[in-house]
Design a protein around this ligand. Structure first.
Ligand code: NZQ
Ligand code: ZN
Length: 388
């Protein structure tokens, strides 16, 4: 554990089948004006909307609705939300939905009282918040992003074809999050498995960096094994509470800053995936799945000891009689077989990417320095071509 770091996570979690009951005690801590943020309507179909609204009414809250948050929320929608929050003097933003709704709510919370254009300030210039922040609480309905316990807020600008995540500090983390695994049962299979891969990718982005003996890597391996095990159960039996609750908990710990401690972290699969998202608006987890195999094969030799360890510790590859390269390759083969088994999209063509977009996607990819290999623009184009 060679890094120097601070650790604090202020989000209070309520987990389990009865966790929505605790919304009552949380609401008591905030003023009367609650902005209820949700997506395209899934919560109206599955009854979560009615449950939440009944609790808000029972607590005599004034409800200001902001619906229609789209997957991969846009900057135009952000401006709309800021107006609602400011005009109604909102005391709490209650996000009821997946990562898009939670991310968007955090973006509104820091932007409503921002004097400048929040896109320029937070996304292009990556500045910190220096104005009033409206508190956010989440009721999570889709598992994957970890947005329920982190400061991430990803916004897409279709005009400039940029999808950018600002990772805010713990003053922007949700104040509380309600995690009821049964709320995720109505997710379409496509979204469910995309979420599974988003979790896998978050863990790997942090695991594939550094060469010290680091506790974070051992925690990461445990989370990965539990995810692989429970995902295999969940795809056969989506309403298996044990599997779905494990996965919900893994997702939270995969990206709530814990396993990044002491690590440089990579995040290049996400950087490429986000740029693919800016061009196609494809489902986040699927953009990661489509580019992962080409990316990991590309960097494997540069990080060979870690890829060998990954193969043995996570995928149970038997190292006997194999070279390090063969062991590492067998690990990636096992990962690819699991990806196919759970039904991920394994190429960019199926996500609507065309050859003539590849240069632009590479241009829109932010290049990080923390992984085993710092990519050039041409290498990104090569990885994209291999992913088609
Ligand atoms: O909009 P509705 O009608 O609610 O439908 C949603 C949406 O179409 C549906 N859904 C959610 N819960 C459901 C449900 N359908 C039926 N039953 C339920 N219980 O699922 C669809 C996808 O939802 P979305 O919130 O977009 O998915 P996800 O949670 O994957 O969030 C994706 C966004 O999070 C960002 C992504 O870039 C993307 O913009 N990320 C945020 C991160 C963070 N905060 O740290 C990190 C991630 O890497 C990611 O970048
Ligand atoms: Zn992600």
């Amino acid at each position: 554990m060679l890094g120097n770091f601070e650790y604090s996570n202020p989000t209070k979690l309520y987990f389990g089948e009865n966790s929505l009951d605790f919304l009552n005690q949380e609401l008591a801590k905030y003023g009367d004006n609650v902005m209820l943020v949700y997506g395209g309507g899934s919560i109206k179909k599955n009854g979560i909307y009615d449950q939440v609204v009944n609790i808000l009414k029972a607590n005599n809250k004034n409800i200001f609705e902001d619906s229609g948050v789209m997957p991969n929320p846009t900057v135009e929608k952000l401006y709309e939300g800021c107006k609602i929050a400011k005009e109604n003097n909102v005391d709490l933003i209650l996000a009821v939905g997946g990562g898009s709704v939670c991310d968007y709510s955090k973006a509104v919370s820091v932007s409503a009282y921002c004097e400048e254009d929040p896109w320029d300030k937070y996304y292009l210039r990556m500045e910190d918040v220096d104005n009033k922040i409206i508190p956010v609480g989440c009721v999570l309905t889709m598992v994957g992003t970890g947005s329920e316990m982190n400061g991430g807020a990803v916004i897409t600008n279709h005009e400039t074809k940029l999808k950018i995540g600002h990772v805010f500090g713990d003053n922007v983390f949700p104040k509380f999050s309600i995690l009821n695994p049964t709320f995720t049962y109505t997710l379409p299979r496509y979204q469910m498995v995309a979420g599974f891969y988003d979790i896998m990718s978050h863990i790997l982005e942090q695991y594939f960096s550094g060469d010290d003996d680091n506790t974070s890597d051992y925690i990461a391996e445990g989370l990965l094994k539990s995810l692989i095990n429970s995902s295999k159960v969940a795809i056969k039996d989506p309403e298996n509470y044990e599997a779905r609750s494990n996965i919900m908990w893994i997702a939270t710990w995969a990206l709530n800053t814990l396993i990044a401690k002491g690590k440089a972290t990579d995040w290049m699969v996400h950087m490429i995936g986000q740029s693919v998202g800016a061009y196609t608006d494809a489902t986040h987890g699927m953009t990661l799945a489509a580019v992962s195999m080409a990316y990991y094969h590309h960097i494997m030799e540069a990080g060979l000891p870690k890829f060998k360890r990954y193969a043995i510790n996570v995928w149970n590859v038997n190292p006997e009689g194999k070279t390090d390269l063969e062991i590492a390759n067998a690990g990636l083969d096992a990962m690819e077989a699991w990806m196919n088994e759970i039904g991920l999209v394994m190429n960019l063509t199926d996500l609507g990417v065309k050859e003539d977009m590849l240069e632009g996607i590479a241009d829109g990819t932010f290049i990080n320095q923390g992984g085993y290999k710092v990519l050039t623009h041409d290498e990104i184009v090569e990885i994209l071509k291999e992913s088609m």
